[in-house]
Design a protein around this ligand. Structure first.
Ligand code: ADP
Ligand code: MG
Length: 585
């Protein structure tokens, strides 16, 4: 019920329109049904010549119907009644069509809205939060959970519609014979009560499905991302085993759902039959009610109970999907809670330098940088070298504002980076990460990342600047060549140059290369170093490496070790380097 209320709050107008259409459809159908008793009365009157309907006095409803016909000047003859009956059913069908179309559109809308909310929230998170998120869970939330949430909405709306329909039928039936209707309603609810455990079981299985899908997808994405070493060492069996175990768990849960659903369906029918066999017996043998009346009543009352049972079935399907909705919503809320603070509003210029001043940074309680001061003057080519794990990437993340220091400041010219509009600053940065991931798309797309403002000329310029033009021009379709899944059709060096072109295409003011040349052969690295030397001056370069080729190419360099940084003063005359200790800036 909470789910239905939540959906109604989220989509009030749409849901109400849908429900009104469904309710009208129900009323039209109920009205069609209400024709049935007078119809039967007319049939029996004309065939048997009896005074009143099947031996019982005309009910309120009949009088009411007769009254309506009298008011519009029509005789309730068989022909008129049948035409009316058909009219009601056609109207029901039309209204149902309208309502179902509306529901279908709403269901798609619910899924779309949830997906967009998730993506928006995810892209806006703090970097520290993002890197700790299992990506598989987000894929799962986006694909399966959004779908199942929409299902939950669909079945929720159907439950309400069916309950409304039951109410309409019950109202009609109450007018005809209130005692029998009350008994039937009592029996209907009693059957629901007996079968309620099957709904609870299904709900639990749905909850398990939600949890399993989340952990399974997280595991699957992790495994698929590291499949190469697994295969190369013939260890894929291990991953296979774990995945199989989880997948089989999922299978068992799905079977439980199937069982609950089928058991509910299978038990509903006999229970209602038992009730009606008993009812018929009582009505005909004990109360001596004529067959025609019993049949009409039975028709009405079975319809009521069956509608009620359908509501229970749809409710069961709803609760199976329901947990996916709550899981997705809590993921969206949690993700929104990890919203990144985008700093201030000051537009950056970057015409002097970017500096770290007495910055300390730790991940949790693990200190990485201790009171370090670094200076990267505008237009220079600087390098940071240091062993793996020294905190080089952390420095880059502090400069791009993805992380903020626990103490000390990052200065952009004379502005504290905390006061700068971070997105504006990041637009001035070209970034080449350690792991090159290319899109399964053309070279052009990989360079522009889909931004239509870059022309083919811009792409060519960027590729030339990155030293990638020669090999791209040689490929069959030039910049339209599709590079294969994650760039698998290119060598490591070629992929790296395409990512450098990507970082250059928007003409950044600061180019950051985080171990971008580490995976390259010396010749390729030398070529890229030469390219970087050419670019220096037009833009500021910060290259990070644990290799020395970059060190030779750079104007200035810091060595990072044990959380401290030292400026390496490059002494060209002596052909060597002197390391200056102590705080440096
Ligand atoms: P480098 O780039 O020099 O290899 P990093 O800056 O990536 O080093 O990392 C410095 C240290 O911080 C490493 O010991 C690493 O394990 C740790 N570290 C990096 N990122 C995180 C993180 N998100 N959470 C916790 N520890 C991290
Ligand atoms: Mg690193």
């Amino acid at each position: 019920m909470r789910l239905i209320l939540t959906f109604f709050k989220a989509y009030p107008t749409q849901s109400i329109i849908t429900l009104v259409a469904m309710l009208l459809a129900g009323i039209a159908e109920g009205f069609g049904l209400s024709m049935l008793l007078p119809l039967l009365g007319v049939v029996i009157n004309t065939t048997s010549g009896a005074e009143s309907l099947a031996g019982i006095s005309p009910s309120h409803l009949e009088r009411y119907v007769n009254g309506i016909f009298a008011a519009v000047g029509l005789q309730p003859t068989i022909g008129v009644l049948l035409a009316f009956f058909v009219g009601c059913i056609v109207l029901t069908a039309l209204l149902s069509l309208l309502a179902n179309k509306k529901v279908g559109y709403m269901v798609a809308q619910v899924a779309t809205d949830l997906r967009l909310a998730l993506i928006r929230a995810l892209f806006a998170t703090r970097w520290e939060y993002y890197v700790h998120q299992p990506i598989g869970m987000y894929t799962n939330a986006y694909a399966t959970e959004a779908n199942r949430s929409a299902d939950a909405y669909l079945y929720g709306i159907r439950v309400i519609a069916l309950l409304l329909r039951t109410t309409v039928y019950a109202a009609v039936a109450l007018l005809m014979a209130w005692k029998e209707t009350l008994i039937a309603l009592g029996a209907g609810f009693f059957i629901l009560y007996i079968l309620r455990r099957l709904v609870t079981k299904a709900k639990k299985a749905g909850q398990r499905q939600t949890n399993l899908l989340n952990s399974l997808l997280a595991l699957l994405t992790d495994t698929l991302q590291s499949i190469k070493p697994l295969k190369a060492m013939a260890r894929e069996d291990m991953a296979d085993l774990v995945l199989q175990k989880e997948t089989n768990k999922l299978n068992r849960v799905l079977r439980k759902q199937v069982f609950s659903k089928e058991a509910l369906k299978a038990l509903q029918e006999p229970l209602i039959t038992i009730f009606f066999a008993f009812g018929l017996y009582v009505a005909m043998i004990w109360w001596h009610i004529p067959l025609a009346t019993v049949i009409t009543m039975a028709f009405m009352l079975v319809k009521i109970i069956k509608t009620l049972q359908s509501a229970q079935k749809e409710h069961q399907t709803m609760v199976i999907a329901e947990s996916a909705y709550w899981s997705l919503v809590s993921r969206i809320q949690e993700t929104e809670g990890a919203h990144e603070d985008l700093g201030g509003t000051i537009e950056p210029i970057f015409d002097e330098s970017i500096r770290l001043s007495q910055v300390s940074f730790s991940y949790g309680d693990k200190p990485v940088l201790r009171d370090i001061s670094l200076n990267f003057p505008q237009g220079t080519f600087s390098a940071i070298i240091g062993p793996s794990g020294a905190g080089k990437t952390t420095i880059v993340d502090l400069i791009t504002g993805l992380l903020s220091p626990q103490s000390g400041r990052v200065w952009l010219d004379d502005l504290d980076l905390a006061a700068v509009d971070l997105r504006a600053w990041r637009r001035m940065i070209g970034y080449v990460p350690q792991e090159t991931l290319l899109l399964h798309d053309s070279v052009q797309m990989n360079v522009t990342l889909g931004d239509p403002k870059f022309s083919a000329g811009d792409v060519e310029d960027a590729l030339r600047a990155a030293g990638a033009w020669d090999f791209v021009a040689e490929m069959a379709d030039g910049i339209d060549t599709v590079v294969g899944e994650r760039g698998s059709r290119l060598s490591g060096g070629q992929r790296q140059r395409i990512t450098i072109a990507r970082a250059l295409v928007h003409k950044p003011r600061l180019l950051i290369l985080d171990e971008a040349t580490s995976a390259l052969d010396p010749a390729s690295e030398a070529a890229i170093c030469a390219t970087l030397r050419q670019l220096r001056g037009t833009l500021t370069i910060l290259a990070i490496s644990h290799q020395t080729a970059i060190l030779d190419a750079a104007d200035r360099a810091y060595r990072l070790r044990g959380g401290c940084a030292h400026l390496i003063e490059k002494n060209a005359a002596a052909g060597g380097e002197v390391e200056r200790h102590g705080p440096s800036a």
